[in-house]
Design a protein around this ligand. Structure first.
Ligand code: HPA
Length: 240
């Protein structure tokens, strides 16, 4: 069996339902991961769970130590990584509460430690298809087995945060071809590819992106939509 890890995002800081087997506290050449790696399971199967923003949600998107997180997973023998992410919906299928499994990325982030190949080792990895197609298929099959309606594909635009975007920024991203917007998709996906991990994203729409609905985006609406969306994500992960 390929060892599976789940990186939990906003709304999935902890993974209830599965029994905790062991906590692994790791140090990496790049510093500490966002949280302990928690081995969880039901006696037959186990996963490793890492909380991207920390278990008490104290690490903002631009301060996440993405290199330490991905390195730690690799060190633990992980082969497959499901990255759970809260996003804003840009195109019409991505309504609040909707789960999607994106297949493309555009990176708008800046100033983040985004590579393991910082010299003297120089490598240029292929990133034409940034997500692992085999794991995307498994996620979609798990969704359909549990009756969760998940959109197959879409382009994830990764922004710097922590502020939300302006309506004009979202309009430009839509013209670029983005379907969803989030703050943590990069450099995480690129780093996973550099270490040859099979990485896919399970995105949950928390809100309509800026300018796509009337009024302001509130934390209350985000929290509310994530509650239902993350419940579906847990079902998908269980089925996986
Ligand atoms: N923009 C960026 N990241 C997000 C959003 C958003 O609207 N919603 C949840 N994460």
């Amino acid at each position: 069996m390929e060892r599976l890890a789940v990186i939990g995002g906003t709304g999935l800081e902890q993974m209830e339902g599965l029994k905790q087997i062991e906590r692994h506290t790791l140090e990496t050449p790049f510093g500490s991961p966002s949280s302990d790696l928690i081995e969880m399971g039901d006696g037959q199967r186990s996963i490793l769970f890492l909380s991207r923003h920390g278990e008490d949600h104290a690490i903002p998107p631009h301060k996440v130590n993405y290199r330490a997180n991905i390195w730690a997973l690799k060190e633990m023998g992980v082969k497959q990584v499901v990255a759970v992410a809260a996003i804003g919906g840009i195109t019409k299928a991505m309504l609040p509460g909707q789960v999607s499994i994106p297949n493309q990325i555009i990176d708008y982030t800046w100033g983040r430690e985004h590579t393991f190949f910082d010299g003297p080792q120089v490598e240029h990895i292929d990133f034409s298809w940034p997500y692992c197609e085999a794991l995307r298929t498994q996620l979609l099959q798990a969704a359909s087995a549990t009756g969760v309606n998940a959109v197959d594909g879409g382009t994830y635009g990764a922004t710097q945060g922590p502020r939300l975007e302006s309506a004009a920024e979202i309009s430009r991203m839509e013209q670029d071809g983005c379907d969803i917007v989030g703050m943590t998709g990069m450099p995480e996906a690129g780093l996973a590819r550099e270490l040859e991990l099979c990485y896919a994203c399970c995105a949950v729409s928390a809100n309509w992106a800026a300018g796509k609905s009337e009024g302001e985006i509130t934390m209350e609406e985000i929290t509310e939509n994530l509650k239902s969306g993350m419940a579906q994500v847990k079902e998908i992960i269980n089925a996986l």
